[in-house]
Ligand binder design. Structure first.
Ligand code: SF4
Length: 422
């Protein structure tokens, strides 16, 4: 690899969600445009840009650990901590070694300009202004050289204020990306070879730009020839239109896939979490989805150990999840988050009980996933392959079945129809 003399070398680390992945991919292109050289290894870099996450306590701990690692491997490295933690925990971050920039979510997508303009300063640079409710554009496309699928950011922020969640504070109010800018980026992503696009945001179902909704975004992206698959990432239950679900039958590009966070299977807990639905409403909706879209995969998120979650409420959650058409779960342990109202609640669940309950739900998730996968044994499925590990190609069907397949051919980023054998 040749470097132009004097060119600064930058490495990136992404923590947390799909939205962060999409933003990092765009930032990588922006740094290239600014004349920086991108490197993979942090011991080789002059600057490390870390896109942080603060959704759970573990996210905060991971960043501290990572900064230690970076400095341990490269004492001269200068670190930019950007994103969610920077927005809400700037003082704590500034105490970490070698941290030169703390940039919150309002200015995160300008990180390349900020660093270029302040590289020579000795004092740390802090940019954590209030996030305004403005529609937005993104300078560079999130072409992702590391992954087959590309994440496209269409929305940011949230107005729902669930009682456990720091995101409305860290990401600011709900706002939507300019529609034409989304389409422009998807054309770029398609031209760069991405065939599958994952529509991403904090609360994507609330997308609204000059009368256009998520349904219009999907329709607009579908019209791009080079894009063959569109997947919608996590979406809040009360924001999904029936038209969008029915489109999964009429539009062959839209994946038969829904990740819809339930968070708890107990009405008492849902109320305490300030979620916007009851269990019966949730059940009614996903039963309808399941009947409407044959072979759809439905996943969910569950929080374990929310303050006040008794054994009886947890058992109710298990019973409901068992009997709903849900095919896998992401299980999260509750942790207090700055600004979240749930920090003031009584009824703390012990770490031991949280661990035990999480284990029960993870076992249930594995079982449900296997049952779902088994239904497709001996059937023909279309797979978009991503990478090869230990001699096997790995890829996904549109309805989120992970397929492993032996072949000597180069299947990376190729659609192949195969007989699914489990
Ligand atoms: S919908 Fe609730 S959980 Fe999701 S980001 Fe908004 S406040 Fe957080």
């Amino acid at each position: 690899m040749w470097y132009t003399f004097g060119m600064k070398k930058v490495c990136f680390v992404t923590q947390g969600c799909r939205l962060n992945q999409s933003e990092t991919a765009s930032l990588e292109q922006s740094f290239r445009g600014e004349g920086y050289h991108l490197v993979k290894e942090y011991h080789d870099a002059d600057i490390a840009v870390v896109n942080t996450c603060t959704v759970t306590e573990n996210g905060d701990k991971d960043t501290k650990r990572l900064v230690k690692q970076l400095v341990g491997a490269n004492q001269a490295i200068r670190i930019a901590l950007i994103g969610c933690q920077s927005q809400v925990h700037k003082d704590a971050l500034l105490r970490l070694k070698n941290v030169q920039w703390v940039i919150g979510n309002a200015e995160k997508m300008n990180t390349h300009h900020i660093i270029a303009q302040t590289e020579d300063l000795a004092d740390p640079v802090i940019k954590t202004k209030k996030i305004e409710r403005n529609s937005f554009t993104i300078e560079r496309s999130s072409v992702d050289s590391h992954h087959t699928r590309a994440n496209i950011k269409i929305q940011d922020g949230c107005d729902f204020y669930c009682s456990f969640c720091v995101i409305p504070f860290a990401r600011g109010p709900a706002r939507s990306r300019v529609y034409e800018d989304i389409i422009r980026e998807c054309i770029d992503l398609g031209n760069a070879g991405h065939q599958e696009i994952v529509i991403t945001g904090i609360n994507v179902g609330t997308y609204e730009y000059e009368g256009k909704t998520l349904l219009d975004v999907v329709t607009g992206i579908s019209a791009i020839d080079t894009i063959k698959r569109i997947r919608i990432s996590s979406i809040e239950p009360t924001t999904i239109s029936k038209e969008l679900i029915m489109m999964m039958n009429s539009n062959s590009k839209l994946c038969r896939y829904l990740h819809i966070p339930i968070q708890s299977g107990s009405n008492m807990m849902l109320k305490a979490m300030a979620r916007k639905y009851s269990i019966s409403e949730f059940r009614q909706f996903i039963d309808w989805v399941y009947e409407t879209v044959p072979d759809i995969c439905i996943g969910t998120d569950v929080i374990v150990g929310f303050p006040g979650e008794t054994k009886a409420y947890f058992d109710e959650t298990v019973a409901n999840l068992m009997t709903m058409p849900i095919h896998y779960m992401h299980v999260f342990s509750y942790s207090d988050r700055k600004f979240a109202r749930s920090t003031r609640r009584d009824g703390r669940v012990s770490p031991e009980d949280i661990a035990k309950r999480s284990k029960v739900l993870r076992a249930l998730s594995n079982q449900k996933k296997q049952t779902f996968y088994n239904r497709f044994q001996g059937k023909q499925v279309a797979v978009l392959f991503e990478s090869k590990k230990k001699g096997l190609w790995s890829g996904l069907t549109d309805n989120y079945i992970r397929v492993f397949y032996q072949s000597d051919d180069d299947l990376k980023n190729k659609f192949v129809s195969i007989l699914y054998m489990g």
